[in-house]
Every structure is written in structure tokens, then in C-alpha cells.
Design a protein around this ligand. Structure first.
Ligand code: HAM
Length: 419
């Protein structure tokens, strides 16, 4: 038997209802914040991610689905959305548009070859936003308040916002030297990836999944002690604005994120639930990326954004016992007795549907009792039973399922009555 690929999932009809609800709600929220939807391809040139996300990240080194197409081009199934949105911004010369900053959002499948775990998939669905073209702490604060709003809109309460500033490139230079000096004496105790990264990108060691709990990681120099005046002031202003917005947060100087393009503001939203025994508690992550556009040969513009996966949002809802209001409503089930009634039902169904009435009938020649059970399963508001008598007399009993109440009406007027 052919099975579903590891790390992927089928989303069956009872679940797709929840997905639709979530996605519609997210679309609605975006209108309040003035973000517009963008759709980019599922695959991009491999170089976009190698350069944009960073050669020394786990995502690029270990997790990409990369393949050659028949024209010998190296392509990669997108592992995240930011690099692609930035590519599109540059390619479509959005910096020339008058309505700056350009505020975009996206929602779609992403692919990472990761170890399967609860809340971690190889195909997952990211909803994300990117605000490009403004370097102003108030847009950072907007993105952070939007993150909180998204989760609160679904009734989630047990949330913990963790923030940090990883400064600009100038602050980073001195910090890298401090990290190298700190880790050099013990680097032989670290995984081979960290041993390679100490020279090229020592900050990655702080984010290593293998060595996360090593003592030297815990007491490593803190980036916040190395921020230059501009970075310090920027971070301070972001925090002040969070206070103005009454958004509680924790600071974690070891939060460096897993992708290389970040500068200044970096953040993650976690599930704040000690009882939660799963390993995955990060619901979403994001931050500012001041060098990314130039790195991708674009204009000297900066951006900030975040992404969440809908899979983890659903997990959080389950954890907090929140049911989404997704009950199916169904209008009419037509039960039939005999071939003549069944043929009439085909025509009647057609008329119902063309008048926006949700209707169905039996297709398995069930006995009347079985047909009524089917009406129950469909959660139909009304049922009728059609037989020769109803057809001959142009009269039918419209039964309200919940109360059992019956009303006699003209069969030929059923559709207009229901409408
Ligand atoms: P990221 O932290 O790599 O950031 O991913 C963001 C979110 O995507 C995670 O917090 C998590 O909810 C979800 N996610 C990531 N990997 C998986 C997985 N294997 N299975 C399920 N969910 C997953 C980014 O991707 C950045 N592009 C975010 C961003 C936007 N930064 C600035 N703008």
C-alpha cells in the first residue's frame, strides 16, 4: 500500500473546516492592519535561500528539498516565505510604489526536511507578514501587536512573547569576536556543525538544537551588551511602544533565531503552559531584516515580519481546549419512496441548490429509516418525505428536525417557501 510521505498530513473534511475558519479570520485581521495578500511560487531558485536565509543555517544546510529540473537548474521547495517575498518586492520594483511601507501577507505550504515531531512537519503551512520600506520602531511594534492580536482573536490566552535585539552589523562585529573568544576553548565539546560555524557565524552556536544546554551556551556573552548606540536606542523605543500598547514580554538575550537575515528586533511567541508535555512550544517567530534586500541585489530598504504555522496554531487551540465555531449548517434532506419520487427529487434538488438552499438526498436506496438517519448525520434543519401521494396531491410535510414539528405546504412552492 502506498502511504503518505513522512512528515506530511492529509487534512480531512472535519479539519478543513477549521482551516477555512482560521484562514478567513486571518484575512479579515489583515484588512484592519492594511496588509495585502501576495502569492509567490512554491519553488524558487536554490540560490535565493542559500544567500537569503544563509549558508550556515540548519534550514539551508540540512533541511531543503532541492532538485534539478530538466533544464539543469537547481530549484528548492520554499522552506520559508521571507526571502521569496523580498525577491518579489525587488523584482517588481515595489520600492517605486507611493504607498510605502509595502505591507504584505502570505499563506501557503513550506517545506523543510526535519525530524518529525508533534507540531513539526516536513510540509507545513505558514501564514506570515512582511512590512518592507520603513525603519521605524513603530512598525516593529505594529508587527508585534499584530502577532498578539492574531492569537488572541482565536481566544488563546496562555502566550509568552519573548524578544531580543541582535543589533546591526556594526554591533555584531565586536560581539562575534567575543563569542569566538568565549567558545574557542571548549569548541571541541560541541557538535561538528558548531565547530564549523565558530569562524563563519558564531551566533548560530546559540541556536544549535544539539548543544542548546551546554554550560558555555548558557553563560555566553550577551548581544545586548554589545549593541551600539543606534541599536540600543532602537531596541529601547520598541520596548517603550510595547509598554504603550500594554503588551507584556520577556527578554531573552540568547534569542538569535535560526535564519541569518535578522538585525535589531527578534522575537518568538511561545505557548506558556507548563502542563504541555510536547517539545514544541514556539508558535511563531520573526524579526527585522535590514540587510536582506541589499544582499539579494535590491534597494537599500529594510523590512520586518513574522510567520506562524497553522498546524501549531491548531495545536495551541487544542492545548487550551478552544473549539472553533465551525458547525455545519445544512438546510434540507429529501427522503424518497419509489422511483417516481426519486426522479422528482433530482429536479427538486437542482432547484434548491440554484436558489442557495443546501440540500441533498439518498443515493444508496436506503429504507426510509436509514434515510432519516442520514438526514440526522447531515445535521439537516428540515426534511421532507416524497412519495406518490405527495406528488399526486402537490402537498408535502416539511419537518423541522430539532423540534419534530411538521408543516404542510405545497410541494410546488417548497423552494420559494424555504428561500
Ligand atoms: P521560522 O522561525 O523558521 O521563521 O518559522 C516561523 C514559524 O513557522 C515557526 O515559529 C513555526 O510556527 C512554523 N514552523 C517552522 N518550521 C515548522 C515545521 N517544520 N512544522 C511546523 N511548523 C513550522 C521564518 O520562517 C521566518 N520567515 C519568519 C519571518 C518572517 N521573519 C521575518 N519575516
Amino acid at each position: 500500500m502506498i502511504r503518505i510521505p513522512r512528515g506530511t498530513q492529509d487534512i480531512l473534511p472535519t479539519e478543513t473546516k477549521k482551516w477555512r475558519y482560521i484562514e478567513n479570520k486571518l484575512d479579515e485581521l489583515m484588512t484592519y492592519y492594511n496588509y495585502k495578500e501576495i502569492r509567490t511560487p512554491i519553488f524558487e531558485s536554490t540560490e535565493l535561500f542559500a544567500r537569503g536565509v544563509g549558508d550556515s543555517t540548519d534550514v539551508v544546510q540540512k533541511e531543503m528539498y532541492t532538485f534539478k529540473d530538466k533544464g539543469d537548474r537547481s530549484l528548492t521547495l520554499r522552506p520559508e516565505g521571507t526571502a521569496a517575498v523580498v525577491r518579489s518586492f525587488i523584482e517588481n520594483k515595489m520600492q517605486g510604489e507611493p504607498n510605502q511601507p509595502i505591507k504584505l501577507y502570505y499563506n501557503g505550504p513550506m517545506f523543510r526536511y526535519e525530524r518529525k515531531q508533534k507540531g513539526r512537519y516536513r510540509q507545513f503551512t505558514q501564514f506570515g507578514v512582511e512590512a518592507i520600506g520603513a525603519e521605524n520602531p513603530s512598525i516593529d511594534a505594529e508587527v508585534l501587536s499584530l502577532v498578539m492580536h492574531v492569537y488572541q482573536a482565536f481566544g488563546l490566552k496562555k502566550l509568552k512573547l519573548v524578544i531580543n535585539s541582535i543589533g546591526d552589523m556594526e554591533s555584531r562585529k565586536e560581539y562575534y569576536e567575543a563569542l569566538q573568544a568565549h567558545f574557542k576553548p571548549v569548541i571541541h565539546e560541541f557538535c561538528s556543525d558548531c565547530q564549523n560555524r565558530i569562524d563563519s557565524n558564531p551566533m548560530r552556536i546559540l541556536d544549535c538544537k544539539v548543544d542548546r544546554n551546554h554550560e558555555a551556551v548558557q553563560n555566553a556573552p550577551k548581544i545586548t551588551d554589545y549593541l551600539n548606540d543606534y541599536s540600543k536606542a532602537y531596541y529601547q523605543k520598541v520596548k517603550e511602544l510595547l509598554d504603550v500598547l500594554e503588551i507584556p514580554y520577556e527578554e531573552d538575550p540568547n534569542l538569535v533565531r535560526g535564519l541569518d537575515y535578522y538585525t535589531h528586533t527578534a522575537f518568538e511567541l511561545m505557548m506558556d503552559n507548563e502542563a504541555y508535555d510536547g517539545a514544541i512550544t514556539t508558535l511563531c517567530g520573526g524579526g527585522r531584516y535590514n540587510g536582506l534586500l541589499e544582499l539579494l541585489d535590491g534597494p537599500k530598504e529594510t523590512g520586518i515580519g513574522f510567520a506562524l504555522s497553522i498546524e501549531r496554531l491548531l495545536l495551541a487551540l487544542e492545548e487550551e481546549g478552544i473549539e472553533l465555531p465551525v458547525d455545519d449548517e445544512f438546510d434540507l434532506f429529501i427522503a424518497t419512496m419509489g422511483e417516481r419520487a426519486d426522479t422528482y427529487a433530482v429536479k427538486l434538488l437542482d432547484a434548491c441548490r440554484k436558489n442557495n438552499i443546501k440540500a441533498d438526498k439518498d443515493y444508496l436506496s436506503r429504507k426510509l429509516k436509514g434515510q432519516m438517519k442520514q438526514a440526522d448525520r447531515l445535521n439537516a434543519t428540515y426534511t421532507i418525505v416524497l412519495g406518490d401521494q405527495e406528488l399526486d396531491n402537490d402537498e408535502v410535510n416539511l419537518k423541522t428536525m430539532e423540534t419534530g414539528e411538521q408543516q404542510s405546504i405545497k410541494l410546488s412552492e417548497l423552494v420559494s417557501h424555504l428561500k
